[in-house]
Design a protein around this ligand. Sequence first.
Ligand code: PDD
Length: 286
Amino acid sequence: MTRTVYVNGKYLPENEATVSIFDRGFLFADGVYEVTSVLDGKLIDFDGHARRLARSMGELGMRNPIATEDLLEVHRELVRANGIVEGLIYLQITRGAAADRDFAYPSEDTPPTIVLFTQNKPGIADSPMAKTGIKVISIEDQRWARRDIKTVQLLYPSMGKMMAKAAGCDDAWMVEDGAVTEGTSNNAYIVKGGKIITRHLSDDILHGITRAAVLRFAREAQMEVEERAFTVAEAQDSDEAFFTSASAFVMPVVELDGAAIGTGAPGPVAIRLREIYLDESRKVAI
Ligand code: PDD
């Protein structure tokens, strides 16, 4: 099926949608993105994604080309036009196409490029991987130092996924100065003695929208949460582990660098948080 996508104010069939070869997203990775999930044909955590998008653009001095109400309308129209019941919406905004390749930013009046498309993923809420858990390896974190900005520079995370694949695993957790920062496209957690431990917010990690919701639900359910860095050894010695992201919700992690975590099966905290997150998010989806 040909998808309907959105480019710079127009809804088009995907094979008719184009962006300039001089676009700064293409030449310099000078762009930001968001991924929002869709359940029951509705958007999960839309407001959080819209707020983080505005913040990312602000941090990069990019002009925001679209009001949040209009952005919501575009998301909804793409869900409708493509008949998405469960899936994702990818949004990217770049600093636009200058007249030529130039490291310096183009003039203020250069229109930003805005692209959105859907990914149909029936069954994401009932993912088989959430039942078995996934295996991760640890790798050095070689990304730049502003990981709080959701830029489209994703080459190192892509390399990390390939390293994981080569090792027969599903994903990689990145390590800096002896502590886990985050997964290639998710936030990382361990559970020890009933306490949920996840790295504190700083420029070192993306401030996950799913992370914020899951920690709120955990606290509301009287679970103890500690926001601090943890090591690979500590993770291997923990009772359970999991990660969160808009595309995978809460995903149990059962092995790290070949060592089974806890019983080697998804743990009760991750299973419960996944249920709570899905239930509560569906209730307030828009
Ligand atoms: N990734 N950390 C990184 C490095 C990420 O790329 C992501 C999201 C997260 C989780 O953030 P959130 O809960 O807001 O999705 C953490 C998206 C899903 C992606 O790149 O596809």
